[in-house]
Design a protein around this ligand. Structure first.
Ligand code: MG
Length: 245
């Protein structure tokens, strides 16, 4: 299994270097998405989105929540408004719906750390690679609880959240901003994502992207979004990490 996996990785890395016309591939930083990667939070986000939209009479399914994951709340709400009303939502409408959604999300209770995330981060720290968070989330409870759940791992100046960007995923802006903050070249970064739009954002920024399929989506959706590798979940990523880099 490991041997086949090793060959696959080498082939994917070669393809990545050639397609992008990069001089090399030498990871010095790992950019982590937050929801569905570091926190097992997507189920609650999906439930909260569906309920919040229902409150204001908008149709929205859990599957749509997973497909829209990574967008800012504002962009998700606009998407539904355009479909239903043929126009974007007003600022007032957005604030109302997002505040309902945030309240419902908080009411779901404490969000668990994704199993194997902390152990993986410790491996990465030992390798002296830098760790960044790049999230479309504006959910203060989660951003604040990064420190509590992953003590000593994350730093405020190595974070890009919904508050920092104009466009959000799938636009490459969040990952380009993280790249700029890091000072690294695009061939010195690896992205860990779980959502199709997150993968799109990262690959559009020119970065090597590993998708971990931690939710209910068909893994083919993640490959089709451009992921360089698709793994079954965080456990696989943790177990294969040394084989990867
Ligand atoms: Mg995610």
């Amino acid at each position: 299994m490991y041997k086949i996996f090793n060959q696959m990785i080498v082939a994917e890395i070669d393809k990545f270097i050639q397609t992008r016309n990069y001089p090399t591939f030498q990871p010095k930083a790992i950019f982590f998405d937050m929801d569905g990667v570091l926190f097992d939070s997507m189920k609650n986000h999906a439930t909260a989105w569906v309920k919040a939209m229902k409150v204001v009479g908008l149709p929205f399914t859990e599957n749509e929540a997973y497909m829209n994951e990574g967008r800012t709340g504002s962009s998700t709400i606009d998407g539904v408004f355009v479909e239903v009303h043929g126009r974007n939502a007003t600022e007032e409408e957005k604030q109302k719906i997002y505040s309902i959604k945030s309240g419902l999300f908080e009411a779901c209770g404490k969000t668990d750390r994704m199993p194997y995330a902390l152990e993986l981060l410790h491996k990465i720290q030992k390798q002296k690679l830098e760790i960044f968070v790049v999230t479309g989330s504006g959910q203060p409870s989660l951003i604040d609880s990064l420190d509590g759940n992953f003590p000593g791992v994350f730093h405020k100046d190595k974070m890009v959240t919904a508050f920092d960007v104009k466009h959000g995923k799938p636009n490459p802006e969040p990952y380009l901003m993280a790249l700029k903050k890091s000072g690294f070249q695009p061939w010195e970064v690896v992205v860990i994502e779980n959502a199709p739009l997150g993968v799109e954002s990262a690959t559009n920024a020119g970065l090597f992207t590993i998708a971990v399929n931690t939710g209910p989506l068909n893994p083919a959706i993640l490959s089709d979004s451009g992921a360089n590798l698709v793994l079954d979940g965080m456990r696989d990523l943790h177990d294969y990490w040394e084989k990867l880099f």
